[in-house]
Design a protein. Structure first.
Lengths: 211, 173
């Protein structure tokens, strides 16, 4: 059987499909278009929101650590959150670049590559945010406590901060463990959510684009 | 407001007219990436929605079929990637089940072989197969997919080889 021998069968299926399927053009004015628009809305709206939060965190924490250069715990905590703020800005900017690069009328491989890059970035940045939130929990508490009450938690309650750091490390380890176990136990749930999946999709597209 | 409404109505009429002439392309893409009749119909409607959303940016100087195929294939591929795990748990695409109006054609061995070949292929290779079976030129296929003509030729030869192996495996000559 040759590929060209399948053409008549393809045409026959095509004719049958035309008889059995109908396109409902009413949907162009109905809820479906609204739903399709709404599905894209968070993608576009979240990036400026994250950008604003990132700028606010960066500016506030820069002022914070500059005002507390004499106290190591406050200086380090402020600088750590300052870096987090810059990370949030860079992440949002990268997403905006990746999203604006997608033009629906581009060739198929170009769009699929852009979508795969965006998905790969989203999955990776989500994992990084997760790790960062656990890792910077003590620093966040120190900055918030100082800003709201004027108390230096590290100086006042070093053991508590130490235990919080231990708790963060345990939380991080448990999260990582759950991620590994769940991805093996329920792989279908993790399709579309793992870096390995995103990388495989990218590799597949690059392999197709190569001769 | 009234002028804008008229413009939208004109645009919708023009789109409906174009779509009516090319609707078989939409069905073929939906057929290639969907699993089962209901999924196929849903995907076809999703493609229409995305085409309509992109229509104001369509350049009439370029072929409508190329524009339609690019968008429709992207919607189909994204659908397959998104719904992949769920689709794996449902009955795989089969003309016997999918096409209910004329089971005689759908039930033939070559049609089954075609179904098996489609099911085995990655999403981009499915697009290539669809365009080839639709008798598009290598140049047009290259333009729609965004790869070189020589790459199209290489991949078509690989598809032919793969079909032969599949035919041997299932005893179809």
């Amino acid at each position: 059987m040759e590929l060209d021998d399948l053409k008549p069968y393809w045409q026959a299926i095509d004719l049958e499909l035309e008889r059995s399927l109908a396109l409902n053009l009413q949907i162009l004015t109905e809820t479906r278009t609204r739903r399709a628009r709404l599905r894209l809305l968070p993608l576009f709206l979240l990036q400026p929101v994250q950008l604003v939060i990132g700028v606010a965190v960066t500016v506030y924490c820069a002022q914070f650590w500059m005002a507390n250069m004499g106290t190591a715990s406050l200086l380090v905590s402020g600088m750590a959150l300052h870096v987090l703020g810059i990370g949030l800005i860079a992440d949002a900017a990268m997403r905006i670049v990746l999203i604006t690069r997608i033009n629906v009328t581009d060739p198929v491989v170009t769009i699929q590559r852009s979508l795969a890059h965006l998905r790969h970035w989203e999955i990776r940045s989500f994992k990084w945010v997760w790790v960062t939130v656990w890792a910077l929990l003590p620093a966040m508490l120190i900055v918030v406590a100082r800003s709201l009450t004027g108390v230096d938690l590290w100086a006042r309650w070093p053991a508590g901060i130490g235990w919080l750091a231990v708790g963060s490390t345990v939380g991080l380890a448990l999260s990582y463990g759950f991620d590994v176990v769940a991805s093996r136990r329920w792989p279908d749930l993790y399709v579309g959510h793992s870096i390995a999946w995103a990388q495989a999709a990218l590799d597949e597209i690059e392999a197709f684009a190569r001769e | 407001m009234h002028a804008r409404r008229l413009l939208t109505d004109d645009l919708r009429d023009a789109f409906a007219d174009q779509l009516d002439r090319h609707r078989r392309m939409v069905f073929k893409v939906a057929h290639t990436y969907a699993s089962g009749a209901a999924d196929c119909e849903d995907l076809a409607q999703e493609i229409v929605v995305q085409l309509w959303k992109a229509y104001p940016r369509y350049d009439p100087a370029r072929p409508f079929s190329t524009w339609l195929y690019r968008i429709a294939l992207n919607v189909g591929i994204s659908h397959l990637r998104r719904e992949g795990p769920r689709l794996r748990q449902t009955v795989p695409f089969d003309p016997d089940q999918h096409v209910q109006t004329a089971p005689d054609t759908a039930a033939t061995e070559p049609a089954r072989l075609l179904t098996r070949l489609i099911a085995e292929l990655d999403p981009l290779s499915r697009a290539l197969l669809l365009l080839y079976l639709d008798e598009r030129s290598y140049r047009e296929i290259a333009g729609i997919l965004g790869i070189s003509e020589s790459n199209v030729s290489t991949k078509i030869n690989r598809l032919k080889e793969r079909l032969r192996r599949l035919g041997d495996l299932h005893g179809t000559r």
